[in-house]
Ligand binder design. Sequence first.
Ligand code: NDP
Length: 327
Amino acid sequence: NREIHLTSRPNGLPVPENFGLIETNVSSDDGDVLLKNIYMSVDPAMRPPLTNGQTKLDEPMMGGAIGKVLHSSNPDHAVGSYVIHRAGFREYHVSDSSDLRTITLQDEPLSTHLHVLGGTGLTAYGGLLVTGELKDSENVFVSAAAGAVGSVVCQIAKIKGCRVAGSCGSQEKVDYLLNELGIDYAFNYKTQDIRKSLREGLPNGIDVYFENVGGEHLDAACGQMRPLGRIPVCGMISAYNNKGARSEGVTTLSNMIYNRVTMKGFVVYEFEHLREQFLTDMRKWIAAGQMKYSETIMQGIEQAPAALIGLLKGENTGKMLVQLSED
Ligand code: NDP
């Protein structure tokens, strides 16, 4: 078994030298179930724990993964079945079963259960429809729009008949958002002024800003919120490499008063009760061609640090994954 350990704490953007590839032995005698990991998820939320101490030095890193059961003494987890769990960043995992959830595959590729039919999809669904209280035909702004969460948010908003503007970090992503996902307006925040772009893309203002980025994005969007607008706060990736994950200053918060804007944070776990409805809706939308997805897949456990660094630099379109095994 090979696994990724954090060997030193990054200062700013992580570098490959912060991580080590360590060989260990695993034995199915140590638990109920021995898994071989097939895909692992690479998520922005992994960055702050590298600095704040939640990720321990010289221990295997954690992260979402799909594993295939190789040995099992638990009748709930048959050999050959697929499970989702949090012990990614390693090739094999021995579990007492308490951390495993069975995946029931229909026609979809296995990997979709780590994004469009998994955690990032549910984040988008709950964050937009429940926390964001999206209504039909509203004006919606999505940051990190070409990423795993953002791309699903954009498409749900289009399904609900909304006008959708998205920001992203390259011209290729702008093209993807406009031509593949069919949103109404997209801009590259690295080359375009965010405030000006929002005024052009959403001239009537913003009803829902789905916040993935923080800092300058939040400053620009908050100043253009319409009366009774909502800002579901999903993440603030622009701050994750900063000490204490502190977001840059926002100067427009007073607009929340006069326009009675609501800003509310959420975590995906609070939408667990929606999972069945979410899967039904998403499968229906995928089959109808209304929900597309993209994956950026790196091969092999040794690529995991590069995948995490790449994600923080915007090298992914859609979901960043590492494939550890063919099957
Ligand atoms: P993405 O697939 O969106 O990947 C991250 C993207 O963020 C990159 O591709 C990059 O795209 C963009 N990015 C990186 N740095 C910056 C920056 N400084 N300014 C603007 N954009 C930047 O990741 P996810 O879909 O997994 O996550 C998106 C957000 O959702 C994150 O903030 C994450 O923490 C949050 N999240 C929250 C959850 C919750 O329960 N609340 C659950 C899951 C995710 P680009 O090329 O456009 O710059």
